[in-house]
Design a protein around this ligand. Structure first.
Ligand SMILES: [Zn+2]
Length: 139
C-alpha cells in the first residue's frame, strides 16, 4: 500500500473521530477500513448509558463496509485520544475488534495505528492477533 493511500485512510479516521459519541469515557476514536475492492468506510465509537452496549469505531467501520457489500478488508487505520486532545494516542484495537477483523481479513491485513496523518505505526493482523481462531477453522 502506498503512503498516500495510507495517509488518506488516516485522514478519514481522524475525520470520523470528530463524530465520536463518548460522553462517558471522553475517549474519541475514529477508524477507516479499506476493502479489497478499493472502497473506504469510516466509523467512530458509539457509547451507551448501558456501558456493555458500547461499540468501538473499528466495528462500526467494519459493519458499514459489510452492509454495503464489501467482501474482504485489507487495511484499517485507527485514530484515538481524549475528546478534546490536540495530540492523539496510539489507540490499538481491543480484543473484540481484533476477532472481528479476523473474520473479514487475513493475517497480512495492515493495521495502521495513527497519532496523525504523518505519525503512525503499521502492524499486521497476524502480529497483533497471532494464532487466532477464524472462519477457516469451521470450513
Ligand atoms: Zn474494539
Amino acid at each position: 500500500m502506498e503512503d498516500f493511500i495510507r495517509e488518506l485512510l488516516i485522514k478519514e479516521a481522524i475525520m470520523a473521530r470528530k463524530n465520536s459519541y463518548c460522553p462517558y469515557s471522553g475517549y474519541a476514536v475514529g477508524a477507516c477500513v479499506q476493502t479489497a475492492d478499493g472502497r473506504n468506510f469510516s466509523g467512530c465509537n458509539m457509547e451507551n448509558a448501558s456501558y456493555g452496549l458500547t461499540i468501538c469505531a473499528e466495528r462500526i467501520a467494519i459493519g458499514k463496509a459489510i452492509s454495503e457489500g464489501a467482501g474482504r478488508i485489507v487495511a484499517i487505520a485507527i485514530a484515538g485520544g481524549k475528546k478534546d486532545a490536540d495530540v492523539l494516542d496510539e489507540a490499538f484495537p481491543c480484543g473484540a475488534c481484533r476477532q472481528v477483523l479476523r473474520e473479514f481479513g487475513s493475517d497480512d491485513m495492515q493495521i495502521i495505528v495513527a497519532k496523525s496523518e504523518t505519525e503512525y505505526r503499521i502492524f499486521t493482523l497476524g502480529e497483533l492477533y497471532p494464532e487466532s481462531f477464524g472462519p477457516d477453522h469451521l470450513s
